[in-house]
Design a binder for this molecule. Structure first.
Ligand code: NAD
Ligand code: TDX
Length: 353
């Protein structure tokens, strides 16, 4: 297939592009290359007969339209987004622009393109929108998010993703665009930008810097190794039913403090500390994130039953792989820390910067 991936230079996108190329697909990668894009993207995926990078902003309507005309996709997998909750607290405007207006542009262009396709290609075309479990809000101690859970987003990030999910469904219902949505839990793994909890704790832990845990550290997330998310996305694109949405999760709920302690202990074994006796001594409880959702947990029964998808990694195997990857790729993340983001606290004050 010819698949247009948006955000293919980001964390999940780059893992997806790698896998799609391995499967033999032709991939167009539409990405603005923001701070969050993989700095090695051009070296990782050199241009070839089966791969092209379009450095384009979703806001640039005419440029995006031309990409559809040139590339002629059989499917779109839409991952491009501003993705970090803490940054959405400081600078929500960029989230509205990319996640809502950008998705609106993409839908408008994809619809016109789809309407003009010959019948057979029109029938098989798919628009797959990649979203998050954060649109469902926050759970108490019990319960799981399922596909029919009412939306209740709390952060500017999750509100913007919820808006984009609604737009995609409206384009299916109103105009017939053959769209699908998937909502996934927290991902971790190779090439994740070190602003997110797991890579931030790994890189700060390796440097033996303080490890900031928000609030009481008892907020819960459901973690999924990125390659398992990629396999779910390919499954949804291949076998998902148009108009449906699929929840994707790893059945791996952990409190934040458990995760940080586990990372400390694994790092102590792999790279014994020099400045402290145990890295757990570096943990510092800091002011909570404003509007911090307490617990996320996914019911992934539908994708398991209907599409026969299941994750391969447990949290333990996935985390070990991830730590080893960051140990082996110190040049990659040190370059990011030196040039793009030094690991400082973001989003601590509910005040727009
Ligand atoms: P990321 O921040 O690592 O990558 C986002 C990519 O989108 C970057 O390469 C960036 O350059 C690109 N981009 C940003 N604005 C753009 C614009 N205006 N035009 C074109 N490209 C633009 O994000 P990620 O963690 O890989 O997440 C990818 C998608 O998956 C997002 O839609 C996110 O909401 C969703 N998601 C992420 C997670 C997670 O845990 N990371 C979980 C569930 C869903
Ligand atoms: O330094 C930190 N200390 C800390 O305690 C950071 C960066 C985070 N946290 C906490 C906040 C959350 O409870 O860890 C948890 C995870 O935080 P993030 O890595 O920022 O992820 P989260 O806010 O849960 O959102 C992520 O998962 C869903 C992704 O960033 C989203 O893009 C995705 O949609």
């Amino acid at each position: 297939m010819k698949i247009l991936v948006t955000g293919g230079a980001g964390f999940i996108g780059a893992n997806l592009v790698h896998s799609l190329l391995e499967d033999g697909h032709v991939v167009g990668n539409l990405d603005k290359l923001t701070y969050a894009a993989n700095p090695d993207i051009e070296a990782l995926f050199p241009p070839s007969e089966r791969y092209v990078l379009y450095q384009t902003d979703l806001a640039d309507y005419e440029a995006v339209r031309q990409i559809f005309t040139q590339f002629e996709p059989d499917a779109v997998m839409h991952l491009a987004a501003e993705s970090h909750v803490d940054r959405s607290i400081d600078r929500p405007g960029e989230f509205i622009q990319t996640n809502i207006t950008g998705t609106f542009n993409l839908l408008t262009i994809a619809l016109a393109y789809w309407q003009a396709l010959p019948p057979e290609r029109k029938e098989s075309f798919r628009f797959h929108h990649i979203s998050t479990d954060e649109v469902f809000g926050s759970l108490g101690e019990a319960g799981l998010f399922h596909e029919k859970t009412p939306y209740d987003p709390h952060s500017p990030y999750s509100a913007s993703k919820a808006a984009s999910d609604h737009l995609v469904r409206a384009w299916k219902t109103t105009y017939g665009l053959p769209a699908l949505v998937s909502n996934c839990s927290n991902n971790y793994g190779p090439y994740q930008f070190p602003e997110k909890l797991i890579p931030l704790m790994i890189v700060r832990g390796l440097s033996e810097d303080s490890l900031p845990v928000y609030g009481d550290g008892l907020n819960v997330r459901d973690w999924l190794y990125v390659e398992d998310h990629v396999s779910a996305l390919k499954c949804v694109l291949r076998n998902g039913k148009v108009g449906e949405s699929y929840n994707v999760g790893g059945n791996s709920e952990r409190t934040n403090i458990e995760i940080v302690q586990t990372i400390c202990d694994l790092l102590d074994d792999l790279a014994p500390p020099q400045k402290v006796s145990r890295r757990r001594e570096l943990i510092q409880y800091v002011t909570d994130r404003p509007g911090h959702d307490r617990r996320y947990a996914i019911d992934a029964t539908k994708i398991r039953r209907e599409l026969d998808w299941r994750p391969v990694e447990t949290f333990e195997t996935g985390l070990k792989k991830t730590l080893l990857w960051y140990l082996d790729h110190q040049v990659w993340w040190k370059n990011i820390l030196e040039t793009r983001y030094a690991g400082e606290r973001l989003g601590s004050v509910a005040k727009i910067g």
